[in-house]
Design a protein around this ligand. Sequence first.
Ligand code: ADP
Ligand code: ZN
Length: 769
Amino acid sequence: METLALNPASPGLLDAATGLYADIVFDRPLDHPYTYAVPAALTGKVGVGKRVEAPFGRGGKTTSGFCVRVSTNPPARGEVKELERVLDDDALVDDHLMKLTRWMADYYLCGWGQVLHAVVPAGVRENAGTRQAVFVEPVAKDELPNPLPTITAAQKTALDRLKKENRPLELGQLARLAKCGPAVVGALIKKRLVKKFTERVESSEGRGVADDGLASSPSPPTPLELNADQTAVWDKLSPALNQGFHAFLLHGVTGSGKTEIYLRAIEEVVKQGKEAIVLVPEISLTPQTIERFRGRCGTVAILHSHLTDAERGAYWRRVATGHVQVVVGARSAVFAPTRKLGLVIIDEEHETTFKQESTPRYHARDVAVMRARLEDIPIVMGSATPSLESWANAARGAYTLLELPNRVESRPMPPVQVVDLRHEPKPQGKPGAISPTLETAMRTTLKEKGQIILLLNRRGFSTHVHCPACGHVAQCAHCDLALTFHRTKAALVCHYCGWETAPYAKCPGCGQAAVRYQGLGTEKLHAEVEEKFPGHVCQRMDSDTMAKPGSHQRVFDAFRDGLVQILVGTQMIAKGLDFPNVTLVGVVNADVGLHLPDFRSAERTFQLLAQVAGRAGRGDKGGRVLVQTYTPEHPCVTLAAAHDYGAFAGQELAHRKQHKYPPFERMARLIVRSEKEDAANAFAETLAGAFQSALASHAKTADGKPAAVRLLGPAECPVFRLKNFYRFHFQVQAEASGVLHEVLRAALATARPPSGVEFQVDIDPYSML
Ligand code: ADP
Ligand code: ZN
């Protein structure tokens, strides 16, 4: 049998042998599976959702892929090769996930194999956290050799010990228990009194961490009594929890008690014997959030990005075997291999971190909605500032809108004061980032023993390093981007590719010594705060200071315990934190990010301001917010100050409609890149031609009407050179995703970039730079 598999004979012969074929997808951008003959030795092993090895590509190199279909249909034409090996005993991917990944490949225009490869964690694929173990058990009576062989005293001890166990033991374990060497057990196997078999078991590494992680909270928090708003929401939601697919958008202001609604819904579903997936932004995966889920909802698995492969593998296996009721995790938790999924929850559904920026470029919210549809279960998306996509879906009735317009216990939303930086009085002494108005507010707050959060969404010390004599600006050697000076590191750093260089003593352009360091980042703000408030502890929180696992938690604990009075940070500090003693939130510059070449920049700015404002006044002491800006009349600023999401969404949607931006049109972005500018340019032109003919032929098929698809580009990307790649992009827009995909498929069907040139397709893009 073995030789058959290793030595492919003529295909015809083999077909006759088993008549079975397997469709395999590989981790490549291919739009169809490849069909292989299943040799007799593998017929019992092959199956949908398992990984296999098969000869692939020009040299027929052994390549692993996923089996997506087993049938008796031979391929239409071509030589049939044979499967070489089946790698998994059990399917890694069940039916539902098969369908979901198939849909993703179609929708995001990438290979099914690429999706499967990305969805199944490496720790599962590589069996991390497991090992092959050799087990032994006594042979059955009727299989005993005749005559019985003679055995030594040591062998008899081991055999008796094994019989007494009445279950298979690992060979080493038996040797330990019987206080003999493994050779003694080996002799019993040789004499056919004991038989051995191998099985994959979890290693102590995988087992230990997963079991620790799954331990439930010692004191389960008691459920709160719902207030009137929550009750109204619950009355609409709870009847739908057992009624098939239903999408809800829970719009509740910060601190309105959305999480309490999630917890109830999860409890209900778990009571029904089903499982729930909760997607949260990575930053929310703090023990603070997690403790709320533990204890109330059965066994909770937390999937955060600091897990090792072994831990991830262990969790996956526990979820797949039904040992976990609730999976809480970031983006990729949407693929948790639950057995009886009953509910999906997405908290902070507007967060852009749900979008993956590498192949497959999926959005976890959209994938979650599709998963809920495929599994015919409810899904709840919650936010204080919903994405305009979801808001529009609610407006047209695709999602049911649930609203919590007030904070719990009638706490007021904090008043927001806008500080117009154009008209602030000049401070005495050195001018800084903190205006006199903000400084006074901070002093008052500290005197009253309140705590302060200061948001500045830019890290580093100086964000603009330039020469006043010749105008030279410090730029990355690999990107069209200005470098940021980091004082702690004593380096100029590119925030895109991480390239660093020593700070200039003299201008590299003209040799002048007076290089200017301007522009403000969190590092400089931190220094200014320490200088102005020497008696208080200020902690900076951004990706530079929070690189180590557990560092968020340390800072949050210190802040909660009052060891830190002022927290300075990037958007990291704007989300989800619930610190009742924060009575002042200061936004140092509301305009950062407002003028980026991205149609979502206003939405993001509004969301950030509304979210950070939501950190103030969560306790009995109340609180307030100060927003410093040079554009106090901008609707993002005025409507965030008025806590009026509805008005902002209305205005912004009108603007989007007028300019035919999502959610009114579907968008795809194509990037062509190469380290050679000419090559990138040339291929972009080739693609442009392919698009033109795709559009032309499409116009003909649609009843002679012109195609409702618009093509913009090719043009240089806003950041033309990134990590040494020259980049051109296309923007393709259409009223419906169907027609958009048709045109993209037609245009890309023949697109073969020359070597050294790549292209990426991004459906529903979030990154526009
Ligand atoms: P959100 O998720 O909307 O920001 P949370 O669910 O975190 O709001 O609730 C904010 C705070 O209010 C939490 O400390 C929570 O325990 C509390 N809370 C929620 N619901 C109630 C309620 N019905 N009665 C009293 N306190 C509540
Ligand atoms: Zn760079």
